[in-house]
Design a protein around this ligand. Structure first.
Ligand code: NAD
Length: 390
């Protein structure tokens, strides 16, 4: 547990219901009925459609005679205009509920549509802390990646194309009424998506675990995901059809989502965001690149927690000092990244060294995330971390 944990009041956010398990997608029709939905808008992206994943949702809806519309134009790291466009379709097609099916991009757009159905304006007007005035229409979120945990968070992340930054809506009204987490839906993920999204879940668990905002809930919910991801991500990457590995990765991602939604994130996310917006790098990949470098920097701020991370990731820490054990956490992450073929060197992605000042400026724009980070950072530190990552 964290040092000052006893003197704090801890919020904990979660959806009303989580339906977890192999085959759980087949219950989507009953869940939408229980929520009073008669015509849901299914929100998804072209990759999910191409992977034939919509059948898992459409077939049960058709079998129980429910009508629905489909918006399948979600873009990765979704720009605000995509949310607004999907919300327009919701109104045009006279829908009354939302089902998000896909990775974090689709689920975040689905959350946005649900709140724009009952709140005026653009999704950009709702960014910030608890700016959403009215609860949205009923929504079910069904992840097809094992990464973001968006199905259980009160967060939705969009790209503001006017200044090329990520903007976040934090609101209890973005929480799912029902999250349906079916590992079957993740079996078709290609290797690179498996790797990127899996490390995203690890970043959620580790950042929350070492966070100054860690809570008794987030501590417990972060530990098992760290263990499962170290064990099962290389297996899911090596053999996509391995249902046991997919099962534990889905469980890890959802639990890590519950953990970070209450415990908060840190400098990995802050320094990863500019990589996403500047170079259109997938969210999970940009987090993966920054993770070992930020961990190395952070060790002195939370050595006991990092030592625990090392142990959870399978390192033998017996007889070591806390600092030595903590250093093994970085080693464990580097080994995991190597096993799933992810380079954590900026140069390997064609990013020029001259861009480090621009990245530093972008990272500093996310300095709100430095507050819960276990070690303070200033501009000089941010630049040094990017240089180390280069
Ligand atoms: P994504 O949703 O952008 O999907 C990545 C790609 O994988 C897409 O092309 C998609 O079509 C494809 N894909 C997804 N599932 C598949 C499957 N089963 N089979 C084949 N292809 C599949 O990726 P993501 O990493 O899940 O989401 C990233 C987004 O989530 C970012 O915008 C990020 O900022 C956001 N995010 C949100 C939260 C939150 O709490 N709301 C948390 C973390 C990240």
């Amino acid at each position: 547990m964290s040092g000052l944990i006893e003197s704090k009041v801890h919020p904990f956010y979660s959806p009303t219901k989580i339906l977890f398990g192999v085959g759980s997608a087949s219950g989507v029709d009953e869940e939408i009925r229980l929520l009073g939905g008669r015509k849901p808008l299914i929100v998804t992206d072209p990759g999910v459609v191409k992977a034939d994943l919509l059948d898992a949702v459409v077939k049960p809806l058709e079998a129980s005679g429910l009508s629905f519309s489909v918006f399948s134009k979600v873009e990765p790291e979704p720009p605000a205009r995509v949310v607004d466009e999907a919300a327009d379709q919701f109104k045009r097609d006279a829908c009354d509920s939302v089902i998000g099916v896909g990775g974090g991009s689709s689920l975040d757009v689905a959350k946005g549509v649900a709140v724009l159905a009952t709140n005026q304006g653009s999704i950009l007007d709702l960014c910030g802390m608890e700016q959403v005035k009215r609860k949205g229409v009923p929504k079910i979120l069904m992840p097809t990646t094992a990464g973001t945990g968006s199905e259980v968070t009160r967060v939705l992340v969009i790209t503001d194309e006017s200044d090329n930054t990520k903007k976040v809506v934090y609101s209890i009204h973005t929480l799912a009424d029902v999250a349906i987490v079916d590992p079957n839906l993740t079996l078709s993920m290609p290797k690179s998506v498996t790797a990127d999204t899996g490390v995203d879940a690890l970043v959620h668990a580790v950042e929350t675990y070492v966070s100054a905002n860690a809570t008794p809930f987030s501590d417990v919910l972060a530990q098992s995901p760290i263990q499962w991801i170290a064990e099962y991500l290389p297996v899911a990457w090596a053999k996509g059809s391995n249902l046991t590995a997919r099962y534990y990765m889905s469980l890890a991602a959802t639990m890590a989502g519950l953990a970070f939604a209450s415990g908060g994130l840190g400098a990995v996310h802050a320094l990863a965001y500019p990589l996403g917006t500047e170079y259109h790098m997938p969210h999970g990949r940009s987090n993966a690149i920054m993770l070992p470098h930020v961990m190395k920097y952070n060790l002195s701020g939370s050595p006991e927690k990092y030592a625990a991370v090392a142990e959870l990731m399978g390192k033998d820490v017996e007889g070591l000092s806390v600092r030595e054990a903590a250093e093994l956490a970085v080693e464990a992450v580097l080994e995991l990244l190597e096993a799933i073929d992810i380079s954590c060197r900026l140069r390997d992605y064609g990013i020029p060294e001259e861009d480090i000042p621009k990245l530093t400026e972008g990272g500093m724009k996310q300095s709100r995330l430095f507050v819960p980070n276990p070690r303070d950072l200033d501009e000089k530190d941010v630049r040094a971390i990017y240089e180390a990552a280069y």
